[in-house]
Design a binder for this molecule. Structure first.
Ligand SMILES: [Zn+2]
Length: 205
């Protein structure tokens, strides 16, 4: 399952962050915006996700998507439930980052923390998939990136019953990286790297 992050209109209604907590978060936020390209994050996320879908299909994988248009209203919990219902072997959430400093740059791959009871059963496999994807991104782009990050606070992780990772492909608040992420050559490198990591993970299943 590929989940292109965000959508045209965010939805600020609260929903529980996970089954074990009373804490709530917005159903789905509107994401960041490219400082150079002025492109909204939800547009970049879908562009890259569609390329990744095509690449994975070319390699023979069955791919489902949480959204293929911008005009949806899907909370992060609902997106996780789509993966659960599909019995996905892996969910890959595609996002781009934002930061207060324009110099912050680089991709990272997030996975659910083993310290959250709800995601304990999927934490180890998710981390494995995340580390393969990080290695794939590093090899395909020649960049080190920012590494792996275990997260306790993401609704899209905490409601998942299947292994799940979230690729932050770079910073839209960094003028150069923002431009690069919209270039066809660089998008292809990102897609190759992620597909290599996904293929390596699924080959072990
Ligand atoms: Zn995002």
């Amino acid at each position: 399952m590929l989940d292109p992050g965000h959508q045209r209109r965010g939805n600020n209604e609260p929903e529980p962050v996970g089954p074990d907590t009373r804490e709530t978060k917005a159903k789905v936020s509107s994401g960041t915006t490219g400082v150079s390209t002025k492109k909204p994050e939800y547009v970049l996320n879908l562009e890259v996700s569609l390329l990744l879908r095509d690449e994975l299909q070319r390699r023979g994988f069955e791919v489902a998507m949480t959204r293929e248009t911008h005009d949806v209203d899907l909370s992060n919990k609902q997106r996780a439930e789509m993966s659960n219902e599909a019995g996905a072997a892996l969910t890959v959430r595609i996002h781009a980052d934002g930061d207060g400093s324009a110099s912050t740059r680089g991709f990272s791959v997030l996975y659910p923390s083993p310290s959250v009871a709800a995601t304990k059963p999927i934490a180890a496999e998710s981390k494995e998939a995340a580390s393969f994807m990080l290695a794939g991104l590093q090899a395909a782009t020649g960049q080190k990136g920012r590494g792996l990050s275990a997260r306790e606070d993401l609704s899209g992780f905490n409601w998942s019953k299947v292994p799940v990772v979230l690729a932050e492909i770079g910073f839209m608040t960094n003028p150069e990286e923002d431009k690069r992420m919209s270039e066809a050559d660089y998008q292809q490198q990102l897609v190759q790297g992620m597909a290599d990591g996904i293929e390596r993970f699924l080959a072990g299943k």
